[in-house]
Design a protein around this ligand. Sequence first.
Ligand code: ADP
Length: 274
Amino acid sequence: EGRILSISATPLPDEAGAVIVFHDVTADRRHRDELSSFAGVVAHDLLNPLTTIDGWAENLADTLETMPKDDPAVRDAGDSLARITRASSRMRHLINDLLAYTTARNAAIAPVDVALRDLVDEVTNARTDLAAAAGTPTPEFTLGHLDDVRADPVLLRQLLDNLIGNAVKYTAPGTIPRITISSTVDEDALVRVELTDNGIGIPPGHHDAIFTNFHRAHRSSGYAGTGLGLAICKRIVERHGGSISVTDNPAGGSRFTFTLPPAESKLAPAPAAV
Ligand code: ADP
């Protein structure tokens, strides 16, 4: 039976050697895995009753439509219904994020070569359509060169959608979101993707924490969210062997950077054996 060990080494003074500590974290890890799949099952089961709630709320809304709008009792009922609908929509977001998180954490990943440019096009177009439907300012996307990557296309889409969704969401009300996405190949031959926005920025001291579960840096500012999106992004990137971080955009806003392996078909052919 495999055990999971965490190893740490501390050098002794005067080059007298080092102390190496092996820590058996198998039980910890198992416990975390179990918790995470439990969360997945619960989240999935919560969707059914939620759909029932939404169905009956819609039913009530239809009934209210047929009643006199100037009756205070009808107006009251309408307000209550609006609250129920908002709460249920928040809950649906949370459940979907929990599901996405457990998928990003546990599901088998199937990396293939992906034309990043095409996927970014799809995700940004979908965001533009969403803004039009919601009546919010149309975001402006500037796409630079984008290298092909090797990644699980479902998870990669989720990663891009979360980051681009945040870049659009965390802008001052009424501002046109301006987002630039481009990539380079770094010194380790990984594709480094940069996503720059003109949004409200990350408050000092939150740059690392926003990648942990449920951490929200603008909690009191009225932006809706669950605090799971970036934790999902971090999982996805790390499962592909990359990393993700954020810095301030010198021009205002934020710059998210993540790395992924390059597409294999674009790699230089291996040198012939001699
Ligand atoms: P949420 O559901 O709250 O959007 P995320 O995990 O996606 O959760 O993000 C965590 C927090 O990081 C957000 O609540 C927000 O405070 C901050 N954040 C994320 N993206 C941006 C961004 N592009 N600009 C400014 N703040 C951001």
